[in-house]
Design a protein around this ligand. Structure first.
Ligand SMILES: [Fe+2]
Ligand SMILES: [Fe+2]
Length: 259
């Protein structure tokens, strides 16, 4: 068995163009980067603004090991059919107590337990419990069971994301950001071994405004009349990052994916 584990984190999959990319290209991407474990944010996988149970099953069948999400997970109530029974689907853990679904899971990669935690930020996004303190609580629950801990921090503000990354440094193996749909170039291994990137980006059409039809987005900004969005097509790419993690749970290398 190898001394390291490679985790691929895929940015928000947007609509059918994003799902098709995963169906066609994930296996080759995994082979090319010797990936052991795949996490993908699926909050926009259905129509750009929700996740339907059928599409969640498809993503899992294409080779995604754990689906994370964010604010859009609640957009279609259909997700409630599976959110309590599909252990590989997460919603942010810091939604208030009583929200359906789960915010973290522990799975095995070979013999190695890997914990995935999904959290959401509070700046310009969601009225939820403190993600920092929620991380503390989950970390204390899982630290004896899993040395490798991966966090999808779904947030708008880079300040909140970077503060969160430093807050987790040495405790989380990886903190990767999602939600903005734009990949940042600030990937680095923090001082105590946490692999960090503010946002891994988006998987879908880049002939777009963050995955949706650009003309409709422009009309929306011009008229402020809530023009309905369509998922865009063209110039389709997978965004993500591959984190190589040692058995101590420290990240030793990060490769950004934009292809
Ligand atoms: Fe998103
Ligand atoms: Fe989001």
């Amino acid at each position: 068995m190898s001394d390291t584990i490679a985790v691929l984190a895929i940015g928000d999959i947007v609509g059918s163009p994003g799902r098709d990319l995963i169906e066609r290209n994930l296996k080759a991407l995994v082979a090319r980067h010797n990936v052991d474990f795949v996490i993908a944010n699926g909050e926009n996988a259905s129509g750009g603004h929700s996740l339907q149970p059928k599409n969640a099953s498809e993503l899992l069948s294409y080779g995604v090991d754990v689906i994370t999400s964010g604010n859009h997970i609640w957009h279609s109530r259909k997700i409630l059919e599976i959110i309590d029974i599909e252990p590989r689907l997460l919603r942010p853990a810091n939604y208030p107590q009583g929200a359906p679904g789960r915010g973290y899971c522990i799975t095995r990669v070979g013999e190695t337990p890997v914990c995935v935690i999904n959290l959401i930020g509070r700046i310009e996004l969601a009225m939820v419990d403190c993600p920092f303190r929620k991380f503390d609580a989950i970390y204390n629950e899982v630290r004896e069971r899993a040395r490798i801990i991966i966090v999808d921090f779904h947030a708008e503000a880079t300040s909140e994301k970077r503060a969160f990354g430093w807050y987790c440094d040495g405790r989380a193996s990886v903190v990767f950001g999602t939600h903005t749909h734009v990949q940042t170039a600030d990937d680095e291994v923090l001082t105590k071994g946490t692999g960090y990137i503010s946002d891994v980006g988006m998987t879908g059409s880049f002939n777009s405004v963050i995955g949706v039809d650009k003309e409709k987005s422009i009309q929306n900004f011009l008229t402020q009349t809530r023009v309905p969005f369509d998922v865009a097509g063209g110039n389709e790419k997978i965004n993500g990052a591959v984190f190589t993690i040692d058995r101590q749970g420290k990240t030793i290398n990060i490769v950004r994916i934009n292809e």
